[in-house]
Design a protein around this ligand. Sequence first.
Ligand code: ZN
Ligand code: ZN
Length: 556
Amino acid sequence: MQKADELVYAPLGGVGEIGMNLSVYGYGRERKKAWIAVDLGVSFGGGEDLPGVDLVMPDIRFLLEERKNLLGLILTHGHEDHFGAIIDLWPRLKLPIYATPFTAALFEAKREAEPGAPEIPVTVVPVGGRIKLGPFDVEFVSMSHSFPESNALIITTPLGKVLHTGDWKLDPTPVVGPPTDEARLRRLGEEGCLALVGDSTNSVREGRSPSETEVGKTLAKLIAESPQRVAITTFASHVARLRSIAEAARACGREVVVVGRAMERVVQVARETGHLDGVPDFRSAQTYGYLPRDKVVALCTGSQGEPRAALARIASDSHPEIGLAKGDRVIFSSRTIPGNEKAVNKIVNGLIAQGVEVLTERNHLVHVSGHPRRDELAELYGWVKPQILIPVHGEPLHLAEHAALARKLGVPNVVGCRNGDLVRIAPGAPGIVDEVPQGRLYKDGNLIIEAEARTVADRRRLGFVGVVAVALAIDETGLLVSEPEVTLIGVPDHDGRGRSFADQAAATAVETVEHLPRARRRDPDSVAEAVRRAVRGGIAASWGKKPLCLVHVLTV
Ligand SMILES: [Zn+2]
Ligand SMILES: [Zn+2]
């Protein structure tokens, strides 16, 4: 019997976590499917859990396996959790990329700024445009978000339509970019929406998120009432926020100075794509020192405490052009992403120590999220009336709350899944039918390494215990020809009774070799292993911690 075509979905990143979004949709018969991928993002920072790791990315093994049947990568928008892994991973995939104008231009600017980045062609799709990729017809639908052009995708197949929401909220007055395209989404509801794959980020929050326009009003008031300099930090790609700040500054006769490369890049792209039309030119950081204190607003990168970004350098008084002083005001027009609290607090404390006033979203409406709260989710589901809901873009709590809300709203099928689950959307009852390879990759310096590799786990252990290295030289009969050499790294010099660990390790090594049976003594590997165990055990007995122990045996 000929098997029927089916429509399937699999998340390869971003489900059960915030960040590194990557999804695939497949259509066709078993093992003969055509695929499209949506988004290819990163998660930030290893931090203490992953020492030395700059970025975490989804493993693309599945995309490589299906490369011949993979028709393209479609970007919903240009936030790093949706497009940050492309520069590193595209060279292995070399697949066509589709994006709307701002995302495409921002990607190109970012790529140009990266030394050695390859040419990566991106096909620009107009806002509201559509593309045809094999059995998939993909239509871009404008959604408001904390990014100038965010798109949901209506993916039409012979078995039905899927709405992939991307990141969205409902904001009738988003400052920059079109509001969520309610008319198109209502029409989708009339046409029939088989499945909705949707943003869960704020599904635990009641009500609706305030409009970007409200934030603009608060910022205008806080700038107007400041007696001295104002510095504001926000997410570099938040063009609506940059625009609100620029308009507020102009209303009280202040010049805007942009500080930080990522933000300069966004500003340039936003100007080229018309998102800052009507906003006077910004000034460069070099002009800052010449502007009167009550005539300037500095727009800075570094809202997440990034140590090399503008704000961290300003807070530690080490920025070449920008300084703040007692009486100046800093506004964090941002939310601290979980994991970054320590770094942000360090900056806040540095600023307060300089006598600078610091305002945050805790006390003022200076930031709103770009993701839908519960009433917004309910409203969208009322328009679209999906038969199936698949919650994505969230941690397990967000996904579970989103699923429960959808059930309460009467969505007939809710399919909870995790990275690597293959969900059959149609035909028949929807559900998880298989697994596909998934995992994580780490950006480690200039290299991409697999999360399963020992490298980072070893590094983390080293951070707790250190290393004892022992070098021995034996002759062919297995007799030591000299004193062992011992090196300690990250291990205390002496035990609690003042005895040198290096001397103890050397003595243990000598004793161990001398007590080995003659036959084993002639085998360098066997000597090394015996010495390693003995030295490690000896140090652990008095230190209370087991160091890593490396033994090199030379035969002379
Ligand atoms: Zn986003
Ligand atoms: Zn996102």
